[in-house]
Each structure stands twice: as structure tokens, then as C-alpha cells.
Design a protein around this ligand. Sequence first.
Ligand SMILES: *Cc1c(COP(=O)(O)O)cnc(C)c1O
Length: 844
Amino acid sequence: MSVHDVDREKRKQISVRGIVDVENVGNFKKTFNRHLHYTLVKDRNVATSRDYFFALAHSVKDNLVSRWIRTQQYYYETDPKRVYYLSLEYYMGRTLQNTMINLGIQGACDEAMYQMGLDIEELEELEEDAGLGNGGLGRLAACFLDSMATLGLAAYGYGLRYEYGIFAQKIRNGEQVEEPDDWLRYGNPWEKARPEFMLPVNFYGHVIDTPEGAKWVNTQVVFAMPYDNPIPGYKNNVVNTLRLWSAKSPIEFDLKFFNDGDYIQAVFDRNLAENITRVLYPNDNFFEGKELRLKQEYFMVAATLQDIVRRYKSSKFGSRDHHRTDFEHFPDKVAIQLNDTHPSLAIPELMRILVDVERLPWDKAWDITKRTCAYTNHTVLPEALERWPVSLLESILPRHLQIIYHINFLHLQEVGAKYPGDLDRLRRMSLVEEDGEKRINMAHLSIVGSHAINGVARIHSDILKSDLFRDFYEMHPEKFQNKTNGITPRRWLLLCNPNLSDLIEDKIGSDWTVHLDQLAQLKKWAKDANFQRNVMKVKQENKLRLAEMLEKEYGVKVNPASIFDIQVKRIHEYKRQLLNCLHIITMYNRIKKNPSAPFVPRTVMIGGKAAPGYMLAKKIIKLICSVAQVVNNDPIVGDKLKVIFLENYRVTLAEKIIPAADLSEQISTAGTEASGTGNMKFMLNGALTIGTLDGANVEMAEEMGNENIFIFGMTVDEVEELKKRGYNAWEYYNKLPEAKQCIDQISNGFFSPNNPDEFKQITDVLMKWDRFFLLADYEDYIKAQEKVNQAYKDPVKWAEMSINNIASSGKFSSDRTIDEYAREIWGVQPSWKALPDPHEPRDI
Ligand SMILES: *Cc1c(COP(=O)(O)O)cnc(C)c1O
């Protein structure tokens, strides 16, 4: 029996995957055949694998709809406080398996497909990833949706239905090539368009003063078409909604051309408006300041706020008064969470609705807005902070600019009253930056317009208070909170690592799927030889499966006994893939220098997309591929060391890679990675971490104890000291011969013999203006890697550490994170109680 056959048997057996009931299987087969016939219009003679995938997806979706309708009815009837999560990104990945798992029907579906002679895993591979995100921020939003549904919150995700998600990365001759991600090409079986709820969004025009107040007139209108996506909770009959907006031209779009008689041109130009939701901007932690991006942000916010206000008005509270809506209770019924500043125009837009449309006095409106909105900061990197030019806002959103100016006027009055004469503080705290081109600082807008501001790991929240938002913290300390990120254990353990899930269930039952801190019980078996053997056997199986894939996809044979050392995340200078690369080169040089010395074999895998305009990040990919060429083809190296650049890293690839990792690389410069969530996925799957005291690594180390993690490098304080002292890379270069050798090889063309200057740019940055101090951490990093080798040579110790990692990962469930947001920011109570099963007869 192959590994895959074993998996199929396992998937059938695992009880947390749903009891296989003959009636369910029979019904499912009927539904499947009905969809093949009536939805796909195929019979089994002509159906393709893709037809089978769609028939399967539609059949699974059928199991959602009654629960979806009932959940929404329930919210309508009970009118709880609604939570609105606003995000420009949702990095969902695939939906099929997650839906089957959350509905508890995976066993039945597996069996039904098996009985029909179909391979369900093969069909699952035909689903496109919903790649509507760049990296951690977008994936966090996806994990949060899962947890909000699982915790029974009346929550809605709002975002954009990009026609093209994050580009597909191809590696050609060692270089990244981007291909468009046409993910909707074959249709999306999960979404439901709601043309009846289409809403207008205005752009451009100008503002006139009228006796009744300001009026925004002569605007250009674009319609927002909602597409609803079901978000099932884990086995609780809750199905929430992710509503994604798509831009539609209004019928009368561009009357000018129609009146000119250029009918054809007018029809062509309808596309211009619809470009708004064409494509996701592929920048991670970088602000580009493009006009179309500003339009995307406003388009999402304007459509969403109309929807929120409409829903409030249709509720008992909103419609209590016969004539006018009573907005007094709006903040008691509505919580809006801003996922970074990307949706921060929600603040002036809500003010515009309340003041200009609903005619509330400014102060009343401002109080409501502040009590409704909360802002999550995701980065302290200056190049990532949104600062929109005033000129752009003036042309696209003239009324919002006025409102922002008035918010700023009152805000600075407040600051001035509290700190009389402190002009520098006024300048620092202003929403308007006056040096150079006038810009609006969107983080400052988000802070003054929110009642809660949070960072995403303790160390990051502390940096916000002591550094980036220090002045704001001094003025309003009560607004500042921490909400350490988390990941959903359903996708990141149950789905992606069924064999480990099974093993855990054997020991502690299945409660951990919704109460991840239960994993702590595993600590008592950390030294148990039998459990160690089983955990390591699962890891070895996962490694073998990945090795099989690597050989098929890359033609590289890897040593399955080697350390699988993995760094997967967006390529960015601050994440320091280059430091990893220096370690690879150091290992290579050591092997070459002394080929007969003992060596703990490694397979280093690095994966991630570079933003298409980020030339240095693309160069780093090329360097990794070039180093791989040299290392992998050197007979002296043999199977001691292999280097692989993993192409097209995305959610689906993460699910295959992470369960096979021995070692997780989390090596950002202290103070730069807000939290990280990749780190948590690895920990939950039993990989050990080599990392800096940055982001959530700090809390991971705290949970597992320093003896279970390889911490190295400067602390935030030491980085600050170094900055003050002045960093000089040459000091380290001259002091560390191995570092010198690496740098020399990169710069003299050792890895690029056909183009010796290929990587000159990289060594220039490293030696002259490295903002991330790679060489300052090099020596300690190499030493920590040697400790990794020592630990790996002792399989019993390694297994114990691995189990301790799994057992300590309970804190990093997004269920815990969402519970904290719910109680401490949104003012709602999570409920673990399931809704009634709509397929069971209801009590009368
Ligand atoms: C979790 C995840 C990330 C975030 O990884 P970090 O290491 O925290 O940057 C990025 N991309 C994908 C596909 C992920 O699943």
C-alpha cells in the first residue's frame, strides 16, 4: 500500500471527519449525479475531472445552504450586535475540503466518491485557490472568518472580488516571472451573486454648500455588485457571509459618448469603471500610492457602509422611530474592524453618511463613529504606511478630504489644549503631513477615529506605544490594546495534517479542534518513547510525500533523512531570506573545505513571491536559485546539502509543505515582523523554530520554554542600540572570515559565472546600507544552526522538543484571538452553542 492509500484509509477512519453513514453516502451520490446532470449538463461518458470537481463542490454547497439561510434568519430575528470585518484582502485558498470538514461530512463524501470510482484527492487538486491576498494579513482575515463562525459571532467579512488574485509565480532560468491568476475562468461554485443588493459608489465631482449642509455633486457613479460566499463554522450549523464587491458600470455610464453618438466607444468605456475590481495589488508591506488602489479602497468602504447602515435601519433598533433612524444605538449594534489602514476611509465615509445624508450634528456623528470603529495595525515599516497625497483625495473624494480636514482641525485643537505651545507635537500628530507633497497619514486618521487600536503581537503592540504611535498613546493610553494573532487549527492541523490529527485524537480526544489549549495535555507524553516514535513516523511520512512531490516537480532527489529546513513567506528584505542564504553558502563552503568531516544533512527550502516591482527581492530569488544550481550539482556535496526554491508559494502549497518541516525559519530583524503567522503553523505541526525575538516568536518561546526553540540574534533593544551606535557591516566582514567568504563569492560571480556582476546590487546593500543588519546577526545565527544540528543528531531529544512545540501551541489558535477581539473590542459574547440542525425537525 502506498502512502496515499494509507491516507485514504485514514481519512475514512477519523471520527472527527464525520461518521460515514450509509444513508448519507447514498443521498450524497444522488445529489452528485443530479448536479452532474442538471448543473454541469454531462453524463459519465463525457464528463471531465473538472466536471466531477464541480459536481462535488455543488453537492457539498447544497449541504450548506439551509444552514446559511437559517443562520441569517436567526440573526435577523434575534438582532445581535453585528461584527463587520473590513479587509482589502482575504487569502482563502481552497474551499472544498474545509467545507466538508466543518460540516462533518468528509467521511461520507470520501466514501461516496470512492464508491463511484472517483479519487476525491485528485478532484480536490482541481480547485483554484481563492488568492485574494498577499500574505499574512490576508490569511489572517481568512482564519478570522473561520473562527468568528466557529465562535457563533454574527459576523460579516467585507472585501473585494478581484477578478485576478495574487499572480502565479513561475521560475524561468532562476528568475521570477508573473502570470495572471485567472481564478474565475471555470466559474466559482461557492459564490452567489446578489444583483438585487447592488449599490452605487460615487467618485470625483465637487462639493457645494447648501442651506441644509454640504452636497457632493456631479459625481461619476460605479455600481458595486455583491457576491456572497458561505463561511461555515466548525460543526455548529452556523454559516456566516463573506460579501465581496465587484465593480459594474451603470447603464448610463459615460453619457458624453452616448450623446456624441459614439455608441461603440461608450460601450468600450464601460470597462474602465469595471477595472476597479480587476486585480489585487501584489505588494506586501509596501505602499504604492496608485490612484486605482485608492479607488479600490473607497469602493469597498462605500459599498460596505451602505450595506451596514441598510441592515441597521432594517433592524428593530434602527427602525424604532417612525420617521427617522435613531443612530444613538448604532455603536451598540455595529462593530467595524479595520484590517490595517486599507479600509480607513470608512471613518470619513461614516461621518459623511451621518452628517451629510442623515443630518446628524457633527459631534454626535463623531462620537458614534469613534465608538463603532477599531483599527488593527500590521506593520511599523515606514514604507508600508499609507500616506495618500492630498491632491489625489481632492480630485477623487473632495468631500472626504473636507471631512478629514475638519477631523484634523478638531483633533489638533484637542492636542493643543492638552499640550499648550508644543508645536512640534502638533506637527507630529497631525493627520496632514506638510513636508514635501501634502499627504494624509491614514494611520493617524484611523487612531483618532477609533475607540481601540491594536497591534498583532505583544512586542509589536509595545513598539506601537513606545515608538510609532507614542504621542497618541500618551494622549489616549486607554485606546491601545494587544491582540496576538492566531491561526485556525481546522485548516492548519486537521485539514493539512490528518495523520498527526489522528494521533492527537488517540491521546486526548477531539476537543482540541475547538479548544486548542487542550493540546497542553500532550506534554505528559513528550518523553514517552511510543508517542515520540508515532509523532516522528507521521513527520517522516509527511517528509516522504513532500520529497516525492519535489522529485516530480523539480527533478531533485532529496535525502529524506536530512533536516527539512523551510522558510516560506513573501520575499522581503526585513524577513531576511538573504541571511538564510548566507547560512547555505557557509554550509557549502564548510563541506568543500573539509569533505570528509561529519555533516548533518540538510534540505533547505525557500519559497515566496516577490512584489513584481521590488527589484531587489527578485534578485534575492535569483541568488537563491543560483546558489541551488551550484550546491545541488556539486558531486562533493552529494546528499549532504540540497537547496530548493519552492515555486508559487500560496495557501495550498503551505498546506503541503508545513506538515513536512523539521525546522521553521523565522529570522526577521527584531522589531520588524509585527507578528508572523507562518511561525505558528509550523509550531502546530511539530517543526522546531530557529528565530529571532521578534513578533509572535517571543510569545511562542514563552509558551514552550527556551529549551524548545532556537532563539538567536539581537533583541529590539540591542537593535536600537546598534542604530544609535551606527552599524558598519565592514566590522563584521573583517572579523568573520566565513561571512567574508560568502560576501566575496556573491560579489565576485562565484554563483553567476556568466554574469559576474549579477549580484553586485545585493552585496552593495549588505555592505553599504543594510537597514536590517544581516551581518550583525550572522555569527549568532550560524551558531544557532549548529545547535539545531546537535539536537537533530539526538532523535529522542528532537522528538521531545517537537511534541513540546505542538503541546504549547494552544495560545496561537485564532479562536483565542477572536475571543479577545469579541470581548475586549467589539463588546460581543462568543457562544460555543450550536444552532439547531436545519435538517432535523424543529421544535414547535
Ligand atoms: C501564513 C501564510 C503567510 C504568512 O507567513 P509569514 O511567515 O507569517 O509571513 C503568507 N503566505 C501564505 C500562503 C500563508 O499561508
